[in-house]
Write a protein that binds this ligand. Structure first.
Ligand code: OGA
Ligand code: NI
Length: 343
Protein backbone atom coordinates (compact mmCIF):
# COMPACT_ATOMS: atom_id res chain seq x y z
CA UNK A 1 0.00 0.00 0.00
CA UNK A 2 1.65 3.27 -1.14
CA UNK A 3 1.69 6.69 0.46
CA UNK A 4 -1.46 7.75 -1.38
CA UNK A 5 -4.16 6.04 0.66
CA UNK A 6 -7.26 4.85 -1.17
CA UNK A 7 -10.22 6.91 0.18
CA UNK A 8 -12.15 3.61 0.50
CA UNK A 9 -10.19 3.03 3.73
CA UNK A 10 -11.27 6.28 5.44
CA UNK A 11 -13.79 5.85 8.28
CA UNK A 12 -16.57 8.38 8.90
CA UNK A 13 -15.54 10.75 11.74
CA UNK A 14 -17.85 9.09 14.30
CA UNK A 15 -16.30 5.69 13.63
CA UNK A 16 -12.64 6.65 13.87
CA UNK A 17 -10.65 5.25 16.79
CA UNK A 18 -10.03 7.62 19.67
CA UNK A 19 -6.42 8.23 20.72
CA UNK A 20 -6.95 7.17 24.34
CA UNK A 21 -8.81 4.06 25.37
CA UNK A 22 -9.51 2.33 28.62
CA UNK A 23 -7.95 -1.09 29.11
CA UNK A 24 -9.62 -4.46 29.29
CA UNK A 25 -10.19 -4.39 33.04
CA UNK A 26 -13.52 -6.04 33.47
CA UNK A 27 -13.45 -8.45 30.55
CA UNK A 28 -13.55 -11.70 32.51
CA UNK A 29 -10.49 -13.93 32.52
CA UNK A 30 -11.64 -17.50 33.05
CA UNK A 31 -9.42 -20.38 34.17
CA UNK A 32 -10.79 -23.45 32.39
CA UNK A 33 -9.04 -25.80 34.82
CA UNK A 34 -11.39 -24.69 37.62
CA UNK A 35 -14.22 -26.75 39.15
CA UNK A 36 -17.12 -27.26 36.74
CA UNK A 37 -19.93 -25.67 38.78
CA UNK A 38 -17.89 -22.54 39.26
CA UNK A 39 -16.89 -22.49 35.58
CA UNK A 40 -20.47 -22.76 34.39
CA UNK A 41 -21.44 -19.80 36.55
CA UNK A 42 -18.47 -17.74 35.38
CA UNK A 43 -19.10 -18.46 31.71
CA UNK A 44 -22.81 -17.73 32.02
CA UNK A 45 -22.04 -14.44 33.76
CA UNK A 46 -19.45 -13.45 31.14
CA UNK A 47 -21.76 -14.30 28.22
CA UNK A 48 -24.62 -12.33 29.74
CA UNK A 49 -22.74 -9.28 30.99
CA UNK A 50 -19.97 -8.88 28.43
CA UNK A 51 -20.48 -11.20 25.47
CA UNK A 52 -16.66 -11.44 25.58
CA UNK A 53 -14.15 -13.20 27.83
CA UNK A 54 -10.64 -14.65 27.81
CA UNK A 55 -9.70 -18.20 28.75
CA UNK A 56 -6.47 -19.59 30.22
CA UNK A 57 -5.48 -23.18 31.06
CA UNK A 58 -7.61 -24.11 28.04
CA UNK A 59 -5.63 -27.21 27.08
CA UNK A 60 -4.81 -26.07 23.52
CA UNK A 61 -1.20 -27.18 22.92
CA UNK A 62 1.18 -24.22 22.68
CA UNK A 63 3.04 -25.89 19.86
CA UNK A 64 -0.01 -26.01 17.57
CA UNK A 65 -0.62 -22.31 18.22
CA UNK A 66 3.03 -21.39 17.65
CA UNK A 67 3.14 -23.34 14.37
CA UNK A 68 0.12 -21.67 12.80
CA UNK A 69 1.41 -18.25 13.87
CA UNK A 70 4.73 -18.75 12.14
CA UNK A 71 3.05 -20.31 9.09
CA UNK A 72 0.75 -17.26 8.84
CA UNK A 73 3.66 -14.83 9.17
CA UNK A 74 5.55 -16.67 6.46
CA UNK A 75 2.55 -16.64 4.13
CA UNK A 76 1.80 -12.93 4.50
CA UNK A 77 5.47 -12.09 3.93
CA UNK A 78 5.34 -13.69 0.46
CA UNK A 79 5.19 -11.41 -2.62
CA UNK A 80 1.72 -10.11 -3.49
CA UNK A 81 1.61 -11.99 -6.80
CA UNK A 82 2.24 -15.28 -5.00
CA UNK A 83 -0.52 -14.63 -2.45
CA UNK A 84 -2.87 -13.68 -5.26
CA UNK A 85 -2.43 -17.12 -6.73
CA UNK A 86 -4.71 -18.38 -3.92
CA UNK A 87 -7.00 -15.36 -4.10
CA UNK A 88 -10.72 -15.82 -3.64
CA UNK A 89 -13.25 -14.89 -6.28
CA UNK A 90 -17.02 -15.20 -6.75
CA UNK A 91 -16.85 -18.98 -7.15
CA UNK A 92 -13.87 -19.87 -4.99
CA UNK A 93 -14.70 -18.08 -1.75
CA UNK A 94 -11.83 -19.45 0.35
CA UNK A 95 -8.20 -18.36 0.29
CA UNK A 96 -6.44 -15.02 0.24
CA UNK A 97 -7.83 -11.53 -0.23
CA UNK A 98 -7.03 -7.99 0.78
CA UNK A 99 -10.13 -6.07 -0.25
CA UNK A 100 -12.73 -6.86 2.41
CA UNK A 101 -15.15 -4.11 3.40
CA UNK A 102 -17.00 -3.89 6.73
CA UNK A 103 -20.07 -1.63 6.51
CA UNK A 104 -18.84 -0.45 3.10
CA UNK A 105 -15.50 0.90 4.32
CA UNK A 106 -12.38 -1.00 3.32
CA UNK A 107 -10.54 -2.81 6.14
CA UNK A 108 -6.78 -2.23 6.62
CA UNK A 109 -5.88 -5.91 6.48
CA UNK A 110 -5.24 -8.96 4.37
CA UNK A 111 -6.68 -12.38 5.20
CA UNK A 112 -6.49 -16.08 4.41
CA UNK A 113 -9.65 -18.15 4.95
CA UNK A 114 -10.05 -21.91 5.19
CA UNK A 115 -12.77 -24.21 6.48
CA UNK A 116 -12.28 -26.82 9.19
CA UNK A 117 -14.17 -29.52 7.26
CA UNK A 118 -12.79 -30.00 3.76
CA UNK A 119 -14.90 -30.13 1.68
CA UNK A 120 -17.65 -28.08 3.34
CA UNK A 121 -21.26 -28.48 2.19
CA UNK A 122 -23.12 -25.26 1.34
CA UNK A 123 -26.20 -24.30 -0.68
CA UNK A 124 -25.48 -23.97 -4.39
CA UNK A 125 -27.09 -20.52 -4.53
CA UNK A 126 -28.74 -17.91 -2.35
CA UNK A 127 -32.05 -18.45 -4.17
CA UNK A 128 -34.47 -19.76 -1.49
CA UNK A 129 -36.12 -22.13 -3.99
CA UNK A 130 -32.86 -23.74 -5.07
CA UNK A 131 -32.29 -26.90 -2.99
CA UNK A 132 -29.05 -27.90 -4.66
CA UNK A 133 -25.94 -28.32 -2.55
CA UNK A 134 -22.40 -27.34 -3.53
CA UNK A 135 -19.03 -27.85 -1.87
CA UNK A 136 -16.26 -25.51 -0.88
CA UNK A 137 -12.72 -26.80 -0.86
CA UNK A 138 -9.67 -25.22 0.69
CA UNK A 139 -7.00 -23.68 -1.52
CA UNK A 140 -3.51 -23.95 -0.12
CA UNK A 141 -0.51 -21.97 -1.27
CA UNK A 142 2.14 -23.93 -3.14
CA UNK A 143 5.79 -23.71 -2.15
CA UNK A 144 5.04 -23.14 1.51
CA UNK A 145 6.00 -26.32 3.28
CA UNK A 146 4.17 -26.98 6.52
CA UNK A 147 1.53 -24.27 5.99
CA UNK A 148 -1.38 -26.61 5.34
CA UNK A 149 -0.36 -29.01 8.13
CA UNK A 150 -0.04 -26.15 10.63
CA UNK A 151 -3.51 -24.87 9.68
CA UNK A 152 -5.13 -28.30 9.85
CA UNK A 153 -3.53 -29.23 13.15
CA UNK A 154 -4.56 -25.95 14.76
CA UNK A 155 -8.09 -26.42 13.41
CA UNK A 156 -8.45 -29.76 15.21
CA UNK A 157 -7.19 -28.32 18.50
CA UNK A 158 -9.30 -25.16 18.49
CA UNK A 159 -12.31 -27.27 17.53
CA UNK A 160 -11.85 -29.31 20.72
CA UNK A 161 -11.67 -26.12 22.76
CA UNK A 162 -14.84 -24.79 21.13
CA UNK A 163 -16.67 -28.04 21.92
CA UNK A 164 -15.69 -27.70 25.58
CA UNK A 165 -16.87 -24.08 25.59
CA UNK A 166 -20.20 -24.97 23.95
CA UNK A 167 -20.79 -27.64 26.62
CA UNK A 168 -20.19 -25.12 29.36
CA UNK A 169 -22.45 -22.60 27.64
CA UNK A 170 -25.21 -25.20 27.27
CA UNK A 171 -24.99 -26.02 30.99
CA UNK A 172 -25.06 -22.30 31.82
CA UNK A 173 -28.38 -22.03 29.95
CA UNK A 174 -29.82 -24.94 31.93
CA UNK A 175 -29.51 -27.33 28.96
CA UNK A 176 -27.74 -30.67 28.76
CA UNK A 177 -24.03 -30.41 27.95
CA UNK A 178 -24.40 -31.88 24.46
CA UNK A 179 -27.52 -29.88 23.51
CA UNK A 180 -25.73 -28.10 20.66
CA UNK A 181 -23.66 -30.96 19.26
CA UNK A 182 -26.22 -31.99 16.61
CA UNK A 183 -25.92 -28.65 14.81
CA UNK A 184 -22.27 -29.25 13.96
CA UNK A 185 -22.30 -32.63 12.25
CA UNK A 186 -21.90 -30.95 8.85
CA UNK A 187 -20.49 -27.74 10.24
CA UNK A 188 -19.46 -24.78 8.03
CA UNK A 189 -16.90 -23.63 10.61
CA UNK A 190 -14.05 -21.50 9.27
CA UNK A 191 -10.70 -20.12 10.38
CA UNK A 192 -9.22 -16.85 9.22
CA UNK A 193 -5.67 -15.62 9.36
CA UNK A 194 -5.81 -11.82 9.75
CA UNK A 195 -2.73 -9.71 8.98
CA UNK A 196 -2.85 -6.00 9.77
CA UNK A 197 0.10 -4.18 8.16
CA UNK A 198 1.38 -0.94 9.70
CA UNK A 199 -0.76 1.99 8.54
CA UNK A 200 0.42 5.57 7.85
CA UNK A 201 -2.95 7.03 8.93
CA UNK A 202 -4.18 4.81 11.81
CA UNK A 203 -6.40 7.59 13.22
CA UNK A 204 -8.56 7.52 10.06
CA UNK A 205 -8.83 3.79 9.40
CA UNK A 206 -9.66 0.48 11.07
CA UNK A 207 -8.23 -3.01 10.60
CA UNK A 208 -11.78 -4.32 10.89
CA UNK A 209 -14.67 -1.91 11.15
CA UNK A 210 -17.23 -2.16 13.95
CA UNK A 211 -19.21 -5.41 13.61
CA UNK A 212 -20.76 -8.38 15.41
CA UNK A 213 -19.62 -11.87 14.44
CA UNK A 214 -22.30 -13.93 12.70
CA UNK A 215 -20.91 -17.12 14.28
CA UNK A 216 -22.27 -19.21 17.13
CA UNK A 217 -19.06 -18.54 19.01
CA UNK A 218 -15.68 -17.12 17.99
CA UNK A 219 -12.38 -18.19 19.53
CA UNK A 220 -9.60 -15.73 18.73
CA UNK A 221 -5.85 -15.91 19.12
CA UNK A 222 -4.17 -12.49 19.02
CA UNK A 223 -0.44 -11.82 19.11
CA UNK A 224 1.21 -9.38 21.52
CA UNK A 225 0.24 -6.23 19.58
CA UNK A 226 -2.94 -4.69 20.97
CA UNK A 227 -5.70 -3.57 18.61
CA UNK A 228 -8.98 -5.34 19.38
CA UNK A 229 -11.60 -3.11 21.00
CA UNK A 230 -14.89 -4.27 22.46
CA UNK A 231 -17.94 -2.05 22.95
CA UNK A 232 -18.77 -2.34 26.64
CA UNK A 233 -22.44 -3.18 27.17
CA UNK A 234 -22.88 -1.02 30.26
CA UNK A 235 -21.87 2.33 28.73
CA UNK A 236 -20.97 1.84 25.05
CA UNK A 237 -17.32 2.71 25.73
CA UNK A 238 -14.67 1.08 23.47
CA UNK A 239 -12.42 -1.11 25.63
CA UNK A 240 -9.05 -2.39 24.45
CA UNK A 241 -8.53 -6.12 24.97
CA UNK A 242 -5.02 -6.21 26.35
CA UNK A 243 -3.04 -9.14 24.95
CA UNK A 244 -2.68 -11.82 27.64
CA UNK A 245 0.03 -14.42 26.97
CA UNK A 246 -1.44 -17.81 25.99
CA UNK A 247 -5.02 -16.66 26.49
CA UNK A 248 -7.75 -17.06 23.87
CA UNK A 249 -10.48 -14.48 23.45
CA UNK A 250 -13.99 -15.92 23.20
CA UNK A 251 -17.05 -14.02 22.07
CA UNK A 252 -20.74 -14.72 21.66
CA UNK A 253 -21.80 -14.66 18.01
CA UNK A 254 -25.17 -13.72 16.59
CA UNK A 255 -26.36 -17.31 16.16
CA UNK A 256 -25.93 -17.94 19.88
CA UNK A 257 -27.78 -14.70 20.53
CA UNK A 258 -30.72 -16.01 18.50
CA UNK A 259 -30.58 -19.51 20.03
CA UNK A 260 -30.58 -18.00 23.53
CA UNK A 261 -33.39 -15.60 22.56
CA UNK A 262 -31.18 -12.59 23.45
CA UNK A 263 -30.10 -13.94 26.86
CA UNK A 264 -26.53 -13.88 25.56
CA UNK A 265 -25.97 -10.93 23.24
CA UNK A 266 -23.35 -10.66 20.56
CA UNK A 267 -21.30 -7.53 21.19
CA UNK A 268 -19.76 -5.12 18.70
CA UNK A 269 -16.01 -5.01 18.31
CA UNK A 270 -13.44 -3.51 15.93
CA UNK A 271 -9.71 -3.53 15.31
CA UNK A 272 -7.41 -0.52 15.50
CA UNK A 273 -4.20 -0.47 13.50
CA UNK A 274 -1.01 1.44 14.25
CA UNK A 275 1.79 3.08 12.28
CA UNK A 276 4.65 0.96 13.61
CA UNK A 277 3.77 -2.65 14.14
CA UNK A 278 2.08 -5.28 12.08
CA UNK A 279 -0.45 -7.43 13.93
CA UNK A 280 -1.64 -11.01 13.45
CA UNK A 281 -4.83 -12.59 14.74
CA UNK A 282 -6.47 -15.95 14.13
CA UNK A 283 -10.22 -16.19 14.68
CA UNK A 284 -12.06 -19.54 14.60
CA UNK A 285 -15.71 -18.98 13.67
CA UNK A 286 -17.95 -21.81 14.85
CA UNK A 287 -20.77 -22.17 12.28
CA UNK A 288 -23.50 -24.86 12.12
CA UNK A 289 -24.45 -27.12 9.20
CA UNK A 290 -25.85 -25.21 6.22
CA UNK A 291 -29.35 -26.76 6.61
CA UNK A 292 -29.72 -25.47 10.20
CA UNK A 293 -32.79 -23.29 10.71
CA UNK A 294 -31.52 -20.75 13.23
CA UNK A 295 -34.25 -19.81 15.72
CA UNK A 296 -34.62 -19.43 19.50
CA UNK A 297 -34.41 -22.79 21.33
CA UNK A 298 -37.80 -24.06 22.43
CA UNK A 299 -36.50 -24.84 25.93
CA UNK A 300 -35.65 -21.16 26.34
CA UNK A 301 -38.95 -19.69 25.20
CA UNK A 302 -42.49 -19.77 26.61
CA UNK A 303 -45.55 -17.53 26.83
CA UNK A 304 -43.78 -15.05 29.11
CA UNK A 305 -40.67 -15.08 26.96
CA UNK A 306 -41.80 -15.65 23.36
CA UNK A 307 -39.35 -16.20 20.51
CA UNK A 308 -37.88 -12.90 19.38
CA UNK A 309 -36.76 -14.20 15.97
CA UNK A 310 -38.26 -16.04 13.03
CA UNK A 311 -36.33 -19.03 11.69
CA UNK A 312 -33.49 -18.28 9.30
CA UNK A 313 -31.80 -20.79 7.00
CA UNK A 314 -28.13 -20.57 7.95
CA UNK A 315 -26.67 -21.75 4.64
CA UNK A 316 -28.65 -19.22 2.59
CA UNK A 317 -27.74 -16.47 5.04
CA UNK A 318 -24.07 -17.42 4.97
CA UNK A 319 -23.61 -17.56 1.23
CA UNK A 320 -25.56 -14.34 0.74
CA UNK A 321 -23.05 -12.69 3.07
CA UNK A 322 -20.11 -14.40 1.38
CA UNK A 323 -21.19 -13.23 -2.02
CA UNK A 324 -21.50 -9.63 -0.98
CA UNK A 325 -18.97 -8.66 1.63
CA UNK A 326 -15.94 -8.38 -0.57
CA UNK A 327 -17.28 -5.63 -2.76
CA UNK A 328 -18.59 -2.26 -1.87
CA UNK A 329 -22.35 -2.34 -1.91
CA UNK A 330 -24.85 0.44 -2.02
CA UNK A 331 -27.22 -1.54 0.21
CA UNK A 332 -27.15 -3.06 3.69
CA UNK A 333 -26.03 -6.67 3.95
CA UNK A 334 -28.39 -9.42 5.16
CA UNK A 335 -28.56 -9.33 9.00
CA UNK A 336 -30.04 -11.49 11.74
CA UNK A 337 -32.04 -8.52 13.02
CA UNK A 338 -34.03 -8.65 9.77
CA UNK A 339 -35.52 -11.85 11.25
CA UNK A 340 -36.57 -10.14 14.48
CA UNK A 341 -40.26 -10.43 15.32
CA UNK A 342 -41.69 -6.94 15.49
CA UNK A 343 -43.19 -6.01 18.84
C1 OGA B 1 -12.88 -10.66 13.10
C2 OGA B 1 -12.37 -9.92 14.28
C3 OGA B 1 -10.52 -9.37 15.71
C4 OGA B 1 -9.04 -9.27 15.69
O1 OGA B 1 -12.06 -11.06 12.24
O2 OGA B 1 -14.13 -10.85 13.04
O3 OGA B 1 -13.15 -9.38 15.02
O4 OGA B 1 -8.47 -8.99 16.75
N1 OGA B 1 -11.04 -9.91 14.51
O5 OGA B 1 -8.44 -9.46 14.64
NI1 NI C 1 -15.11 -10.16 14.74
Amino acid sequence: MGTEVDPAFIQAPENRPKPTIAEARGIPLIDLSGPIDHLVREIGGACGEWGFFQVINHGLPKEAHRKIESAAKEFFARPAEEKRRVRRDEVKVLGYYDTEHTKNVRDWKEVFDFTVDDPTLVPASSDPDDNQVATWTNHWPENLPGFREACEEYAQEVQKLSTKLMELIALSLGLSANRFSGYFKDQTTAIRLNHYPPCPIPHLTLGVGQHKDISVLSVLAQDDVAGLQVKRKTDGEWILVKPTPDAFIVNVGQILQVWSNDKYESVEHRVMVNSEKERLSIPFFLYPAHYTMVKPLEELTDEQNPAKYRACNWGKFFITRKGSNFRKLGVENIQFHHFRVSK
